[in-house]
Design a protein around this ligand. Structure first.
Ligand SMILES: [Zn+2]
Length: 406
């Protein structure tokens, strides 16, 4: 523990210098649906390495005004949060009954929070969540009937949480030590209980039904300690630990390169070489989740999705953005796995969005309990993107539509 704890100013990029995390200028609410991300941000200026890492010595970075995406309502009957655990809907050969719908109020065209954490430290700051507050976030999500799912499950439309519950995706950017530090416990390496992985593991052991799925968007060659969580001797072991414990590794470029400021060949190298390093440490693992540094697209956007560098071919199935709202259900017409919005995991943004999803009718994704079945309020039918092979099932309730996906 200890490094990166006392400051929000973090050196990430090797060879160029210091990048203020405040230059992650896709801050609160700046990313609105449909707007090109690259138009909303300014590249952070390159700084000479000799400049000391104090806030006063850093150039001022243009920052967007922190606005928020205005929560909007859709006309669906208000969901009453049940005070006791719902009765699970049988999943095999069974179309839910009207009373089951009434109890659970499934809405699988609702929205899914993809939370975005940066530093996890012992104090709260704009780009830092304290580990106590992170633990509190997990408790709050659990009480609000969220359960963790993999990002891959969202893009593959295989969300598997119990009836009446909602999916949440946890993501962590920039591979800082506070996210994952190993400590030696009687000769065995275990996650520091004050690091994100340690907090998540402890919570999972108390609440196994919460799951412990999370995606870590890592930097293989950033300046220490952002080079795969610091502790150089354990880099490969940490990546292997994550995968072995149901967590995932995403690509965040080789050293946090803002891709809007470099040419095609460097874009390919930044993504291809990062994927190559991760795969060399976790053989056979598919590196196909990508987070744009600073939310910035390259000039040729298709190079963020796929490309080849020195014989290494990369292909990203999901690309996550920096801001600033929940993601649509994978069965909605506006779902785009290659531009998934996230919610900054600050107290303000968590309050705003968890409250909005709880209170605004029609917005929260609520599962019907069967990942192969799609159930949603009929009033949302115009938002439904039909997939090849899915078929409509007879419904016992005129207020809902039900489809068999697979
Ligand atoms: Zn980042």
């Amino acid at each position: 523990m200890g490094y990166g704890v006392h400051t929000a100013w973090v050196r990430i990029r090797r060879g160029i210098g210091i990048v203020s995390l405040l230059a992650l200028s896709m801050s609160l609410g700046a990313c609105t649906a449909g707007e090109p991300v690259s138009a909303l941000i300014s590249p952070s200026p390159a700084i000479d390495r000799s400049v000391s890492a104090t806030p006063s010595s850093l150039p001022s970075t243009p920052r967007p005004t922190p606005t928020t995406v205005a929560p909007t309502a859709t006309a669906v009957p208000t969901r009453v949060v049940p005070t006791q655990a719902p009765v699970p809907v049988p999943t095999t050969g069974h179309t839910p009954t009207a009373s089951e719908f009434a109890r659970i109020q499934p809405n699988e065209l609702g929205e899914i929070p993809i939370l975005e954490y940066h530093l996890i430290t012992n104090q709260e700051d704009r780009w830092s969540r304290s580990w106590e507050n992170f633990r509190g976030d997990l408790e709050r999500l659990y009480a609000l009937r969220y359960r963790t799912v993999r990002l891959q499950d969202v893009i593959d439309d295989r969300i598997d949480v119990p009836a009446g519950f909602s999916p949440v995706v946890l993501t962590f950017d920039d591979s800082s030590p506070g996210q994952f530090t190993f400590i030696d416990q009687d000769g065995t390496l275990v996650p520091d209980p004050h690091s994100a992985v340690g907090v998540l593991e402890a919570f999972y052991h108390e609440h196994p039904d919460f799951g412990r799925h999370a995606t870590f968007f890592v930097l293989p060659a950033a300046d220490p300690p952002h080079n795969l969580f610091g502790q150089n001797e354990y880099q490969a072991q940490k990546l292997q630990y994550l995968v072995a414990h149901g967590m995932d590794i995403g690509n965040h470029t080789y050293w946090h390169q803002n891709l809007s400021t470099v040419g095609d060949e460097e874009v390919r190298r930044q993504i291809g070489q990062a994927a190559q390093v991760i795969t060399s440490m976790v053989p056979g693992y598919d590196v196909d989740l990508f987070a744009l540094p600073e939310g910035a697209w390259p000039a040729h956007r298709e190079l963020a999705i796929r490309g080849t560098w020195h014989g290494v071919t990369y292909s990203n199935r999901a690309i996550v953005l920096v801001g600033a709202q929940p993601a649509p259900s994978p069965d909605r017409v506006d779902f785009n796995p290659l531009a998934l919005p996230r919610i900054q995991a600050t107290s303000d943004q968590l309050d705003l969005w968890l409250t909005t999803l709880a209170r605004v009718p029609g917005r929260r994704y609520v599962s019907d309990g069967d990942p192969d079945r799609l159930t949603f309020p009929a009033i949302l039918a115009d938002k439904h993107k039909k997939r090849p092979g899915e078929r409509q099932l007879a419904s016992f309730s005129p207020d809902y539509e039900v489809f068999q996906l697979r």
